[in-house]
Ligand binder design. Structure first.
Ligand code: ADP
Ligand code: MG
Length: 694
């Protein structure tokens, strides 16, 4: 789009001015361009309004007519007021009712033309028809052509600004500015994908022609909507394609893949690698051999054995004389990785250290001198003051909590090291293409053979005795138990208190067992000691806040009790459950849910009982929460998609990806399409340096 429109402040548009412009700002509209991309959230067909006399009961209907009366009715006994509006369209009367909003009265005058939209009901008392809290709009004669006798857009509003006002503003903008909209998209791409031109798409999504399929418009999938979604996805994928090409061309380390250390490591493993682990590792090795930086995502459900694959790669790096860094999202996970890896490589002469925000002894000198081969840590790894001698391999666990930006920072700590990202979040394939689109992708789609699915059960608060019995049975068999208390965002202190009380309660119920408590506020050393004694079987029952969510690996733990399971998200429940079922013994997950809980919670618990498959669960989770929230809390560092929806528009995403990557193949700096290049820079602004040269 022409740059002019993003420079044109909305304030100077006809009918706006300083006050309304402040209100529009609240909706994210600052410039004329913003306004054009502020799409209606639904449409109403007012080209053929039904007569009041023909309305269908219980249907949502729209009518237009004149105000006959506007009165507040008071019902002092019920402490209630009702504002009633009576409207006539020549065929009959209808009553609009608003409860306890007497101030509504001042909006209306007898004789005004209004539109009402709502569910049609019959008044059981006097038999007239009415709508409760209908959406309403006052129409004045001079601009009625914008608001009636056509398909009209309905926008989300903010207080002080009505739908009708926004609609008028949009109408003006389209009338005066649409000829300044220049289409940045290469014509070939539009043709190949059957997409309409930009100016037409923008005017149609705001004011559709008569007779269009409103169902498509309301779902945001008309051809014109598709065009706009495609644009966004295309710019998104172009950026990823450029980043990917950039790193692919960069000079990187060509590791020598033959490694005696690696062979030794594999020999000492108490198990055989799965086919999937072998395959993924050979992908990694192939990348490591190339003289360009690796950028690979390793995805796999909890417990599939990603850590060992990562360690194998680190061994290769070490034998080549390079350091590796493993970065985890939480201190406890970093500590766990440290303990596990330390144990596995102890005899191999490799040196490893832990570096988190709270490690007291920081072997910075040894890291800088290259004495230490493997550095495990958290964000602290990318802080100032940590310098490596020759960082050759970076492994990032649980990527969704980092993101593109941090990855870039870490890469700066060294000269283009190989980067391997591990994630246990089973993201549906199409989505991982988007989120990690600049990465190559390998999936470990197989669990170690002797794993048996975890049996999941739902109990309520009245069934505690049964739960205690199950716990007692497991511990008597020599197994161990996790008990998890939920994280309630508002107060870490309260969480802690409930976990402490929980621990005391369990000690009373099971005086013969040893009960431990672990939480996020403990000193790392205490935490480490506690985890070690749990691992060694000294502790039978480990009570915790959600700190154990990721990464903890104790194969002898076979029962997980999740308290207040109704409060946990689906993916989180699945991650937690992944802490058991890691050894050869049959494992159980007990969901203790407190009634009453809502439909979504019921759905989540239900899916947990039915399925052990992380990919399936992720898909259902996405379905329940929608993509915004599913990814919302994650700092992906990527630009927002405001129009496209990666679930709804999955096929568009694939089209856009194909087009973007082939364009970058032939025109890496997008020189042939200056307008497109400009849009691309705007879209990615401030996030990633896309072009290395002017
Ligand atoms: P992830 O990080 O993918 O959740 P881990 O790497 O922590 O999984 O592995 C889970 C457990 O499975 C660990 O105890 C690990 O030693 C074990 N494991 C890994 N690979 C295999 C395998 N091929 N066969 C049997 N056990 C394995
Ligand atoms: Mg792991």
């Amino acid at each position: 789009m022409d740059k002019d429109l993003s420079d044109l402040q909305i304030q100077y548009t006809k009918g706006v001015g300083p006050q309304r412009s402040r209100l529009l700002n609240r909706l994210g509209i600052r410039t004329v361009r913003d306004a054009l991309y502020y799409l209606p959230h639904r449409y109403e067909d007012r080209s053929n309004l039904r007569k009041i006399s023909n309305l269908q009961y219980n249907n949502v209907e729209t009518i237009a007519g004149r105000v006959v009366a506007a009165e507040v009715v008071r019902l002092p006994k019920r402490k209630m007021t009702i504002f009633e509006l009576i409207v006539n369209d020549g065929s009959g009367f209808i009553r609009g009712k608003w409860f306890n909003q007497p101030f509504m009265q001042k909006n209306f005058k007898v004789g005004q033309q209004v539109v009402l939209c709502g569910t049609v009901k019959i008044n059981s008392y006097h038999g007239g028809i009415e709508m409760d809290n209908p959406e309403h709009e006052i129409i004045s004669d001079d601009d009625s052509f914008i608001h009636t006798n056509r398909v009209v857009p309905v926008y989300r509003v903010t207080s002080g600004l009505s739908v009708r006002q926004i609609r008028s503003i949009m109408f003006n903008i389209l009338n005066t500015c649409i000829q300044d909209v220049h289409d940045p998209m290469p014509v070939e791409i539009l043709k190949r994908n059957n997409l309409p031109i930009l100016s037409e798409s923008l005017s149609q999504v705001h004011f559709p022609d008569a007779g269009v399929d409103l169902g498509l418009f309301n779902r945001g999938v008309s051809n014109f909507h598709k065009r706009l979604s495609f644009d966004e996805l295309f710019l998104f994928e172009l950026g990823l394609a450029i980043m990917k090409r950039g790193t692919a061309l960069d000079k990187g380390i060509a590791f020598h893949p033959e490694s005696t250390l690696l062979k030794r490591l594999i020999r000492t493993l108490p198990f055989r690698l799965t086919m999937a682990q072998e395959r993924v590792f050979s992908d990694i090795l192939k990348d490591m051999k190339l003289p360009h930086p690796m950028n690979r995502l390793m995805q796999g459900d909890v417990g599939c054995g990603k850590t060992i694959v990562a360690l194998m790669a680190m061994t290769v790096a070490a034998e080549n004389g390079y350091q590796s860094a493993l970065m985890a999202p939480t201190e406890i996970l970093a500590e766990q990785h440290y303990i596990n890896i330390h144990r596995m490589i102890e005899d191999m002469g490799l040196k490893i250290c832990l570096l988190t925000g709270s490690t007291k002894e920081r072997p910075l000198r040894e890291i800088a001198s290259g004495e230490i081969d493997i550095i495990v840590g958290t964000h602290a790894l990318i802080q100032e003051g940590v310098t490596f001698k020759n960082l050759g391999l970076v492994i990032i666990d649980e990527q969704h909590k980092f993101g593109v930006m941090q990855r870039a920072l870490l890469r700066k700590k060294a000269l283009n090291p190989d980067v391997l990202v591990m994630t246990a979040t089973p993201i549906p394939r199409t989505l991982s293409l988007t989120l990690y689109g600049d990465l190559d992708y390998s999936v470990i789609d197989e669990l170690p053979p002797e794993r048996r699915p975890v049996e999941t059960m739902l109990f309520n608060a009245q069934q505690k005795d049964k739960i205690y019995r199950l716990i007692r049975e497991e511990v008597h068999k020599g197994r161990q138990v996790y008990v998890v208390y939920p994280l309630i965002e508002e107060s870490e202190k309260v969480d802690l208190r409930s976990a402490i009380q929980g621990k005391n309660a369990f000690e009373k119920v099971f005086p013969e067992f040893s009960v431990g408590l672990i939480h996020g506020r403990m000193k790392p050393q205490g935490r480490e000691e506690l985890m070690t004694s749990f691992k060694n079987g000294v502790i039978d029952i480990l009570v915790s806040t959600t700190v154990i969510e990721v990464g903890v690996d104790v194969p002898n733990a076979t029962l997980m009790l999740i308290i207040h399971a109704e409060r946990f998200g689906l993916s989180q429940l699945h991650q937690l459950r992944g802490r058991v079922g890691r050894g050869a013994h049959k494992s159980y997950c007990i969901l203790l849910a407190y009634e009453p809980y809502g439909d979504d919670a019921r759905k989540r618990l239900d899916i947990m009982i039915r399925s052990n498959d992380g990919f399936r669960i992720a898909e259902e989770d996405l379905d329940i929460r929608g993509p915004g929230e599913f990814f919302g809390t994650r700092q992906s560092g990527l630009p927002d998609l405001r129009i496209a929806n990666i679930v709804r528009d999955a096929h568009l995403l694939n089209m856009a990806r194909g087009e973007a990557f082939s364009l970058i193949d032939t025109d890496p700096d997008v020189r042939n399409f200056p307008l497109l290049r400009k849009s691309l820079e705007t879209f990615w602004k401030g996030r990633v340096e896309l072009f290395k040269t002017g």
